[in-house]
Ligand binder design. Structure first.
Ligand SMILES: [Zn+2]
Ligand SMILES: [Zn+2]
Length: 601
């Protein structure tokens, strides 16, 4: 996704000259945007220009043009860009007065608006190359030959200044790199990301859908997606129970009273849906699970001997997200969090956080993610005094140190109510995904007067930790689809094996094998469709079914199956019992390899 439009045309990316490669890339990419604008101006002399900043991986420029651009136009623009690049046109910077600027750009309402918005003391500059002149803060490369290999990628509509009440401009996105190799590598990764897109695979593999009639941002889990979610949830629940968590359930709606106490109506109200009135009391769809868990904790008085209390829920919450921001399963309006709240003494915080980290690392290992750890410290707007923050932040650091973890300090990125640890999953393409988050809270314990009876017989304030590991089931499973490119490990695959009889003569034996495998706990079916064997194998590969068991006359006679993997690898014929012995430990150990159990690779 591209960043929001910036308001001024300059290289506009948060890099300083110290960060030399990033800085030089951004400067070169922004120069490529000017090169593109030069070509567009040549083709459309009446074009009016918006802004053209560098962005992650490339650049864009917004144009007001007499007609919609076609793919052929992009080719033509690229051709002209290459021509001007070869001419090695020099980028010339010039300082001008506000009056001169308004005169030069008087036919372009967008630039006029930008100029009028500049602060008094702003030095106004233009950059030119060839016949193209632009209002720009720079910086730019010396000349067009310094621009690296580039490619124009797409055209999209973009409102001027991101305001839907302003004119819609045409935005051309492009990418540019220092070397052809880097460009090829980037385009390859992009293609790979598109191939793995969970929205596309979700449809092809029949995992989930979003229905206009049900409403945007609301996920319908189809059977094959639901079984994946069920298996992930069961696995996580078992892990939690084994680690001293208690399961709870809380309602999907709650009265306004609770959200007044929690402060959600005040601080989070814009993300909540309008209330429904029940016997003259306003009820809200819950945006968070914390208040419910707190009320369970507060239902009776707790002694220090009972702590820590770890309440866990697969809690479904509803949050308002603008329709423009919705994205498949990743950004939705209703989702289920693997949420937990830990109530403990302040002395127990380090150990509790450390054991959440252990569980988070275990999750990363099981699903095959690498990860990065971030520590979010006190933001500008925060509650709690500095000493409290320092102490809590120090506890998070101690917990991280106890596990020997390197982490990146995200200055000011804590929640307003306390510091936090964020773990980002790094997927198969090296992309970072939101992962576990562990937050210390100074706010809710005060608001709800959460306490326990200490050894001294007096009431003491309890510490409270919020944590999710997978985040939301929607986002996590969507991410898994992309991480695995739809080829789920055997333990998660909706269908683990398909049995393919070569002719109708083998159907009876195939059904016996099916019954045997089902009895062994496998998700398996016989493909009795009329297609040829090759077509059935091809179909199973498209469905990313891990194992294909082909049965011809010879196999049926020998009580065997010929085992093929979805990768195309042929494991040869084996007795049915051998196949069960092969896959059972692979599934039980949640191995990421279809042939070898976890730990034996
Ligand atoms: Zn510029
Ligand atoms: Zn919470």
């Amino acid at each position: 996704m591209a960043p929001e439009a910036q308001d001024v045309d300059h290289m506009d990316i948060a890099v300083s000259p110290d960060n030399s490669r990033e800085y030089e890339l951004a400067r070169m990419r922004h120069s490529t945007a000017h090169l593109m604008a030069e070509a567009v101006q040549e083709m459309f002399p009446d074009a009016k220009f918006g802004i053209g900043p560098a962005i992650d991986n490339g650049f864009y420029y917004d144009f007001d043009l007499p007609r919609p651009l076609t793919p052929e136009d992009l080719k033509e623009i690229e051709k002209r860009m290459k021509h001007h690049k070869r001419k090695n046109e020099v980028f010339e910077r010039k300082e001008i007065s506000r009056e001169e600027a308004l005169e030069i750009f008087k036919d372009n309402p967008y630039k006029v608006e930008l100029i009028q918005g500049f602060p008094e003391e702003e030095t106004i500059t233009t950059y030119s190359q060839g016949d193209f002149l632009d209002l720009c803060r720079g910086p730019h490369v010396e000349s067009t030959r310094e621009i690296g290999p580039f490619k124009l990628q797409s055209v999209a509509g973009a409102y001027w200044r991101g305001d839907e009440k302003r004119p819609m401009l045409q935005r051309i996105y492009g990418t540019a790199w220092f070397t052809q190799e880097e460009l090829d590598d980037y385009l390859h990764k992009l293609e790979e990301a598109q191939r793995r897109d969970h929205r596309r695979l979700g449809k092809e593999l029949d995992l989930f859908s979003v229905s206009e009639e049900i409403g945007p941002g609301l996920i319908l889990w189809h059977p094959k997606g639901a079984i994946i979610r069920y298996l992930v949830e069961q696995f996580e629940i078992q892990e939690q129970l084994a680690r001293g968590y208690d399961l709870v359930y809380t309602p999907h709606i709650a009265s306004e009273q609770i959200y007044k106490i929690s402060g959600h109506l005040e601080t989070y109200g814009e993300n909540m849906y309008s209330p429904m009135s029940i016997e003259e009391v306003d009820y809200y769809l819950k945006p968070m699970n914390c208040p419910g868990h707190i009320m369970i904790y507060k239902d009776h008085v707790h002694s220090y001997r009972e702590l820590p209390i770890r309440l866990a829920e697969l809690g479904t919450v509803y949050r308002y997200e603008r329709s423009g921001t919705l994205h498949g399963m990743l950004r939705v309006r209703g989702f289920t969090q693997d949420d937990s709240h830990i109530f403990c003494t302040h002395d127990q915080v380090v150990d509790e956080v450390a054991s959440v980290i252990d569980l988070a690392i275990h999750m990363a290992d099981i699903f095959g993610y690498r990860f990065e750890v971030y520590l979010g410290t006190r933001p500008e707007k925060a509650i709690g005094d500095e000493a409290t923050w320092d102490e809590a932040t120090d506890k998070l650091k101690q917990a991280l140190a106890s596990r020997g973890l390197d982490y990146i300090v995200d200055e000011g990125e804590g929640a307003f109510y306390g510091p936090k640890i964020d773990i980002k999953w790094l997927d198969a393409l090296g992309r970072a995904w939101t992962g576990p988050t562990i937050q210390v809270d100074f706010n809710l314990p005060e608001r709800f007067d959460i306490n326990y009876i200490a050894e001294d017989g007096a009431r003491h304030r309890a510490a409270m930790i919020h944590r999710t590991l997978l985040g939301s089931m929607e986002r996590f499973v969507g991410g898994l689809v992309e991480h695995y490119a739809g080829a789920f490990p055997a333990w998660l695959a909706p269908e683990q094996a398909v049995i393919i009889p070569i002719t109708d003569d083998q159907v009876t034996f195939a059904q016996r094998v099916e019954a045997e495998l089902k009895a062994a706990g496998l998700r398996v079916h016989v493909d009795t469709s009329s297609g040829r064997m090759q077509a059935k194998i091809r179909n199973a590969q498209l469905q990313k079914i891990p194992y294909m068991l082909v049965i011809g006359g010879r196999e049926a006679e020998a009580g065997a199956v010929a085992v093929r993997l979805r990768s195309g690898e042929d494991l040869g014929a084996m007795p049915v019992a051998d196949f069960v012995n092969l896959v059972t430990p692979v599934i039980e150990t949640k191995s990421l390899d279809l042939r070898v159990p976890r730990g034996e690779a």
